[in-house]
Write a protein of this length. Structure first.
Length: 289
């Protein structure tokens, strides 16, 4: 009898950590902060109801990646904590990532309650209609084409960037560009850093250059007081590696307030000092918006 009792006690002890491990379901509320418990050498998965557009963590002590509607969180240090934000097309979610603890107490996965379940939790009058997703047709029709200003002394650079069109809505600007590799070496494309040029003086009126990409001669004549980094919300490229003689298309999304006056944006690719054909080639483009 004592032996049977001891076996039951051991089994109960072994089961406790498994029961403590959690797979939670959370509701979407941008005013709420969700605490997330993690463990070293383990992933915590956050699965939301729509594709993720952007994530931001306050510390590199946590490795954060996302694919489609899933965000993967893994701590790399034992005693670090930070916050995490996840944006989709219609919502923002806020998390506090707690210091890595035991596997027994970690959150294995956090699922977002489906929209129909959220509606059931609230009166019908309290549930605002979700914003209509942006359609491809709307994007194509509402986008503004960007024209390239002519240059008197045009030269074929090893790598060139052309901005083709832009679309603005609700404080966000989506810009499409193309990268042409005329060199003899493959060229790697990364999401560009973007700067707004302040106090710009130009020999030509910027109003007449709205929705234009400046040529090298025009960009060289600009007198700039200072430049301010623009927040980049995300970017994608058709190909991260462009072979010689090929062209790749990319898009970048910016957080940028609308303005009644023309503004000048400078796009600088993070590998701007990459060596191409043995030369240092700065890759930059100037857009008058």
């Amino acid at each position: 009898m004592k032996r049977v009792t001891m076996i039951l006690v051991l089994l109960a002890t072994a089961v406790v950590p498994v029961v403590a491990q959690k797979i939670d379901t959370e509701t979407s509320d941008r005013t709420r902060i969700i605490h997330l418990k993690t463990a070293l050498n383990h992933l915590t998965v956050i699965e939301v109801s729509e594709p993720v557009m952007q994530v931001a963590a306050g510390s590199p002590a946590f490795k954060v990646e996302w694919r489609e509607n899933k965000v993967f969180v893994q701590p790399t240090e034992a005693d670090a904590s930070t916050n995490l934000f996840i944006w989709t097309a219609t919502q923002r979610m806020n998390y506090e990532l707690e210091p890595a603890g035991s596997v027994a107490n970690m959150d294995f996965a956090v699922d977002q309650a489906p929209a129909h379940n959220l509606a059931a939790l609230k009166p019908a009058s309290a549930v605002p209609p979700p914003p209509a997703p942006l359609s491809i047709t709307e994007l194509l029709l509402a986008g503004r084409p960007v024209r390239l200003q002519p240059s008197k002394h045009r030269t074929n650079k090893p790598v060139e960037v052309w901005i083709s069109d832009l679309y603005e809505k609700d404080g966000r600007v989506l810009i499409r560009y193309a990268v042409r590799n005329r060199s003899t070496q493959p060229y790697s494309v990364n999401t560009p850093a973007v700067y707004q040029l302040d106090g710009v003086r130009s020999p030509q009126s910027l109003y007449g250059l709205a929705n234009s990409q400046l040529g090298d001669e025009q960009a060289a004549k600009l007198k700039i007081k200072q430049q301010t980094p623009v927040r980049v919300l995300g970017g994608q490229a058709q190909a991260l590696r462009i072979e010689p003689g090929q062209e790749g298309v990319g898009v970048v999304t910016l957080e940028l307030a609308s303005s009644a006056q023309p503004t000048v944006l400078r796009f600088e690719f993070r590998n701007a000092e990459q060596s191409v054909d043995g030369e240092q080639v700065p890759i930059a483009a100037f857009l008058v918006r």
